[in-house]
Design a protein around this ligand. Structure first.
Ligand code: FE2
Length: 245
């Protein structure tokens, strides 16, 4: 079990983005209960992909997606990331098994948020430092939730590692350099890109161009692998990412 915390912390991408984007008064409004029910019904309904997963895995994925559906800002996020990471892996030339693992990891990568106290991942404003420390435990919690399922063993490093950074500044383990596999780079940039291009309660969505400016800035700082960002740019330009909602 790996429960070490990285000692090298840099502001997360949401934290940096908060500083770059103006607060928009349209965000942070209360959710209409009817909208919530519609979203939850959609999340709990039949999914084309459910038959491609083993039953406990599909149940976990549904739980994660239901959690996302509680917020209009995160609805559909896991399915978008799963598809983008899978396409990126295919463009990278990774094996079919890696592509499938990335798709499954995309669906489950934030399942650890189920274990966070309260709902600090869906607050209407920027997180306090204490809340951020709690939220940053979600990859470890997701790892712990999934590791009891034999079918998920090959997906565990992706779930645990999706917030790591090339220079060791990520979390929870501060992995660096070649400890990050090509498959993990695919999930990291897919997750990052989706976060940047979708609004949060406290900031607007970036345009595709703005998002790649920021991702390339991260490359310059040594946090992201240049090849993964440029390949992502190619994949996103080739075909727009499908939006599930
Ligand atoms: Fe995450």
């Amino acid at each position: 079990m790996h429960l070490t915390q990285s000692t090298q912390r840099t502001p997360s991408h949401d934290g940096r983005l908060e500083a770059r984007t103006a607060r928009d008064p349209r965000f942070g409004k209360a959710m209409d209960p009817k909208d919530l029910m519609t979203r939850l019904r959609g999340a709990l309904g039949a999914h084309d992909w459910a038959g491609q997963l083993e039953e406990p895995e599909a149940a976990l994925a549904r739980l994660a997606i239901t959690l996302e559906a509680r917020s209009e800002y995160t609805t559909g996020r896991s399915e978008r990331i799963a598809e983008l990471a899978r396409r990126l892996a295919a463009a990278w030339g990774l094996s079919r098994e890696d592509q499938r693992n990335l798709w499954r990891a995309g669906l489950l990568h934030d399942v650890g948020k189920l274990g966070l106290p309260g709902d600090c991942s869906a607050k209407s404003g920027p997180l306090s430092p204490d809340d951020r420390l709690l939220v940053e435990r979600h990859p470890e919690i997701g790892y712990e939730i999934c590791r009891s399922l034999p079918s998920l063993q090959t997906v565990l490093p992706l779930i645990r590692g999706h917030h790591e950074r090339l220079d060791g500044s990520g979390y929870p383990d501060g992995l660096r350099g070649e400890s990050l596999t090509p498959a993990l780079h695919c999930l990291i940039v897919a997750d990052y890109y989706d976060a940047l291009t979708h609004a949060r309660p406290y900031r607007r969505a970036l345009s595709q161009e703005e998002a790649f400016d920021m991702l390339r800035e991260e490359v310059g700082l040594g946090r992201l692998l240049e090849d993964s960002v440029e390949l992502l740019s190619h994949v996103v330009r080739e075909a727009p990412v499908v939006h599930f909602s």
